[in-house]
Each structure stands twice: as structure tokens, then as C-alpha cells.
Design a protein around this ligand. Structure first.
Ligand SMILES: *[C@@H]1O[C@H](CO)[C@@H](O)[C@H](O)[C@H]1NC(C)=O
Ligand SMILES: *[C@@H]1O[C@H](CO)[C@@H](O)[C@H](O)[C@H]1NC(C)=O
Length: 427
């Protein structure tokens, strides 16, 4: 019995030190084999599934789509009958175990060649742990010059993990797995960057409707959107530093406060930081439909928003929201309904400002609700910035420099996330 905690401690110390090395690729059994020159970025469409409220990207031939999980540590899906595995004592196996999610049991790593490496990704929709073989797979994705797709590449030997087919039942229809974009060594940004020798960075631009596709880029700019004049997103970014959390490979903002209609919301600032166990903090999540606030923040925030909109007629509440307005009473602007703005006040003194389109969710023809939800008194995070608040915002995650670039709503510059030109340019 006593040997288990020792093993656990030993392996987590070892893994943590390994995680500071650049992503490993050449050490894996299957070396990436496509040519690595000439492409400065990869591009992939993002689709919104309005029923399941999830966003997905195609990474294979055919219709299989992968759930986009900005905080996920790796790529996972169901296993095919014959799939390569890695030994437990391989370096790549240690990388795979760098961020062990505490909800997953830690099994013994047996010495010797007969032990095959497994990973324990967590299904972000059910928050259940999945036992998955560490394996490798091919990814098919388009290259881009920043204006259009320029062709398609097969990236072979992308380290991933796979579980029994039963896991597919826990995912929405049409979703074949999960694509993790976190800052860990086996997440797609690190693997693509080392494969193509571009910067370890990616951008996501989530669509606001299911009849249009948004876009994700991996690699170096420019990233153009159709607009008049043509809009290059990275020229318009405001940057803020991302905080590291030893316990989680996700991306965390350095938030100093939240304001509603120009007034700072009063709450205990302390929860915006991590505690000694890595709890608290402000996380970005593409698998959380609406921003979730810890109750300590939610209640004063809700009160502040109700006060700021006190002149607007109310509509009956629609779950999971607590404040709904009669939309016929609302004026409209280029950036959605004309309602008080919300500022995420960053430590640098800059604001990520949200306008109507990212604040109010139209729940039926006559009702628009404040699209923020109560995380309760035991919420793990102070704030989880959800997907609705990111829609039609261009976000550049510069993993290498640990910073986030954001544009605020693209509607303000008369474009949207649906305006990347996916027509392949003729050569
Ligand atoms: C950020 O937002 C706060 C609250 O709305 C405001 O007082 C402050 O001036 C803003 N800062 C900048 C740089 O716009
Ligand atoms: C999209 O790109 C294609 C290929 O370069 C081009 O022919 C077309 O005009 C572009 N569409 C728009 C609306 O600019």
C-alpha cells in the first residue's frame, strides 16, 4: 500500500520537470513523416452544433468531427481494432501523464516492455474520466496562406489516445472524439508547431450560428477575414498574459475585476487567483456554453446587471438564466442589442469588453437573457469564460509567450468569424 503514494509523488515530480521541455516528437515510436517546410499555418473550419451547444472541427476524411476543447490535453477518440501503442517506460508516455486530472485514478506504471501506456483524458461534457491507450493517428488538415486554404496535408503519427467505442455514446451525435488545444506537450498546438516549425500558437474564432462555419488557425499569421477593407485579425489584437496553473494544462486569464456598464462589480478579489491546490482562477473554456461565475461573483454581478437594465421590461426567466428581458423593448446596435457592456478588467489595465451579442442570448422570439450562469458556492473556478462570450471574437493563444490576444467583437469592424474565405485558391 505504502508504495503507491511514493510512486505517485515520484512520477508527478518527474513529469512536471519533463513538461518544461519542448514537445517531444522524434522520441515517439512513429516519427512524423510529412514534409515540414513551406507552410506557415494550418486552417480548419469550426462548426456549431446548436442542439448539443458544442463546437467541433474536422480532422479526418469524411464527416467525423472532433469536439473543440481549448483546455483539453490531447486528441482522443474511439479505438480501431488495430492501433499502435507505446510502452509505459517511453518518454512520450511520461509526457502524456504530465497533467494528471485528480478525478482520475492513478494506476501503477509497471516496469518492463509488456506494459502499455494509457492516458486518462476527461470527457469535458460529462466530466468523467476515460481510460485510453496512448496511440498515434493521422490528421488531415488544410494549409493556408492566411487568405484561403492552399491544399490539404496528412500529418501522420500524431500522438493521441483512444478508448473503447462505448465512449462515443457519451459524445453528441456526429462527434468522433475530442481535440485538445491546451498548453500540454501532446495537445494539437504543440504537435503541429513542432511538425511544421511554426510558432506554438493558434487562433480560434467561434461562429455564432450553425449555418456558418467559424475558423481555427494553427501557426503564424496573417489571418484574413472578408470585410471591406479586408481585415487581418492579428493587426488588431490586444494582449494579456496567461497564467500558468501547475495542476491544469488549460489557459487562465489574469483578471483584476469585472465591470457592468462602466461600474466595477464588488466581490472578493481573492477568488480570481489560484489557491495552493490550483483551484480558483479564470479559465477559458470552449466546452462551457455560457460563462460560469462562482456564486460570490455571480450574485453581485447579477444585481449589478439588473440595476443597469432597470428601465427595461422583464420577461419570464428561462433556465439556466436568471435575468431575461423583453427583446421588443431593446434597441439594436451593430454588436447586438444595445445593453450595458461588460468589461473583463485585465491586470494590465486593458479590458476585454463584451457587447450585446455576447451578453444576451435570444431564447425565444420575445425573450433575451443575460447569458451568464451561477456556478454555485463550490464552483472550482472563479470564472469560466464560456463559448457564447467568445463567439465572433478572434482569440489568438500564443502558447510560446503565454499570452492571449483578443479583438473583442468582430461585429464592431463589420465582419464575423464566418468570414474566412474557405474557397481553395487556384494555383
Ligand atoms: C476598463 O473598464 C473600466 C470599467 O468599465 C473603466 O473604468 C476603464 O476606464 C477601462 N479601461 C480602459 C483602458 O478602457
Ligand atoms: C475567395 O477566394 C477565392 C479564391 O482566391 C476568390 O476567387 C474569391 O473571389 C474570394 N471570395 C471573396 C468574396 O472575396
Amino acid at each position: 500500500m505504502a508504495s503507491i503514494p511514493v510512486l505517485l509523488l515520484f512520477s508527478s515530480v518527474l513529469l512536471f520537470s519533463l513538461s518544461t521541455f519542448p514537445p517531444l516528437c522524434s522520441c515517439s515510436a512513429s516519427v512524423l513523416s510529412t514534409p515540414s517546410t513551406g507552410h506557415h499555418a494550418l486552417v480548419v473550419p469550426i462548426r456549431k452544433d446548436p442542439l448539443a451547444n458544442v463546437y467541433s472541427i474536422p480532422l479526418k476524411q469524411g464527416r467525423a468531427s472532433f469536439l473543440l476543447d481549448i483546455g483539453g490535453p490531447l486528441l482522443w477518440s474511439a479505438c480501431s481494432a488495430f492501433h499502435p501503442t507505446f510502452p509505459c517506460n517511453s518518454k512520450i508516455c511520461m509526457v502524456a501523464r504530465t497533467f494528471h486530472n485528480p478525478i482520475c485514478p492513478l494506476a501503477k506504471i509497471l516496469p518492463g516492455p509488456s506494459c502499455t501506456c494509457y492516458a486518462t483524458p476527461v470527457n469535458p461534457l460529462t466530466n468523467k474520466c476515460i481510460f485510453a491507450d496512448l496511440t498515434s493517428t493521422d490528421v488531415i488538415i488544410s494549409t493556408t496562406d492566411g487568405h484561403n486554404p492552399t491544399g490539404s496535408v496528412t500529418i501522420s503519427g500524431v500522438t493521441s489516445s483512444c478508448a473503447s467505442r462505448a465512449v462515443l455514446k457519451s459524445l453528441p451525435r456526429g462527434i468522433a472524439g475530442v481535440a485538445g488545444l491546451a498548453r500540454s506537450g501532446l495537445a494539437l498546438p504543440a504537435q503541429f508547431a513542432s511538425k511544421f516549425s511554426f510558432k506554438r500558437q493558434f487562433a480560434i474564432c467561434l461562429p455564432s450560428t450553425s449555418d456558418a462555419t467559424g475558423v481555427a488557425f494553427f501557426g503564424n499569421p496573417p489571418f484574413f477575414f472578408l470585410a471591406v477593407p479586408e481585415f487581418e485579425a492579428t493587426a488588431r489584437l490586444t494582449y494579456t498574459k496567461l497564467k500558468r496553473n501547475k495542476m491544469s494544462p488549460g489557459y487562465f486569464l489574469s483578471l483584476a475585476g469585472i465591470a457592468v456598464g462602466g461600474q466595477t462589480v464588488e466581490f472578493l478579489q481573492r477568488v480570481l487567483d489560484f489557491d495552493s491546490l490550483g483551484h480558483g482562477g479564470v479559465k477559458l473554456s470552449t466546452v462551457t456554453p455560457y460563462t460560469v461565475l462562482h456564486r460570490h461573483i455571480y450574485l453581485p454581478f447579477l444585481k449589478a446587471y439588473a440595476r443597469a437594465t432597470s428601465g427595461i421590461p422583464r420577461a419570464p426567466k428561462v433556465a439556466p438564466f436568471d435575468l431575461c428581458l423583453k427583446s421588443s423593448a431593446l434597441g439594436s446596435t451593430r454588436m447586438g442589442y444595445g445593453v450595458p457592456q461588460i468589461d473583463l478588467m485585465l491586470v494590465e489595465g486593458r479590458n476585454w469588453t463584451m457587447f450585446g451579442a455576447n451578453i444576451l442570448k435570444q431564447v425565444d422570439a420575445g425573450t433575451a437573457c443575460l447569458a451568464f450562469v451561477d456556478g454555485g458556492p463550490k464552483a472550482e473556478r472563479a470564472v469560466v469564460v464560456g463559448a457564447f462570450q467568445m463567439e465572433d471574437n478572434f482569440l489568438l493563444v500564443d502558447v510560446a509567450r503565454s499570452r492571449l490576444g483578443f479583438t473583442s467583437s468582430l461585429l464592431g469592424v463589420r465582419t464575423t468569424c464566418a468570414n474566412f474565405n474557405f474557397t481553395t485558391a487556384a494555383n
